[in-house]
Ligand binder design. Sequence first.
Ligand code: ADP
Ligand code: MG
Length: 304
Amino acid sequence: MSILVREVTKHFGPQKALDNVSFEVKTGEIVGFLGPNGAGKSTLMKIITGYIPASSGEVFVNDLDVETNISEVKRQIGYLPENNPLYPEMYVREYLGFVASIYNNPGPKKTQIDNIIEVTGLIPEQNKKIGSLSKGYRQRVGLAQSLIHNPAVLILDEATTGLDPNQIVEIRNLIREAGKEKTILLSTHIMQEVEAICDRVIIIDKGVIVANEEKSNIYSVISQPKQIITIEFDNPIEKSALEEINNVKTVKQINDKSWLIEAEGEEDIRPALFSFAVSNKIMVLALQKQENNLEEVFRRLTSG
Ligand code: ADP
Ligand code: MG
């Protein structure tokens, strides 16, 4: 077990930011920690990495109790904090050398720094000041500092927030690459991030875990499989005629020829809609099935 969080509660004064949170992350897993802003993601990550203590409960990283083995735990964890605090006046290579020297005794190996600069695509920027880099490159420096001591476990707090779409793809690729040999817990408020990178998703809302599922199982958290279809015919029809189709649950009119249909059951409703059109001598001009995606699961489970 790489990360074990057991009954962790965290109070900030009267506020309960985490309420009896428990979960495990197995070795080699990439787990997405998903929740709206203020849900408690960063707080838990700071507790796992030993930067703040829990009010109660326990955390183990590679079977080490974080509370009593803090320096060893920090060696085994790479941590990219939210907002990626860096030293803007330092040069990229200088900064990474500085971070490496914190872990190494007597000093960092040059090959170690060369290697991490290459892996994170920082070769062209290595002699620039951090403050002069684009947000995407700063994020690479953040990832580089988290990886420099070759930790077995990576904790990434909102690693792609604030990046443009191209930068997001690049950072996700770096995370996926790192995930081939490491255990990763990454927080995000973006559903697609989980779909793109993770094996499993833990959803937190107001300090409480509301789902913990393999990515492929998360849809079963919604009790009824549901299909949402928008359909456009070439002629107006009666609403009641659509409502009579087997498995159709609700029908909403979008305009005189377009409809939003919700259907229940495992069976694909689309063939029935086409037969309906044929037998009523009308044509289907457009049909679109809305996928049941993680975003919908997330909205159903959280208030956010
Ligand atoms: P998330 O990362 O999911 O957006 P956070 O863990 O940052 O959420 O915050 C969870 C809750 O705890 C929020 O309501 C936040 O205001 C509160 N909180 C976080 N850190 C502190 C702190 N140092 N002092 C007081 N309240 C805090
Ligand atoms: Mg946060």
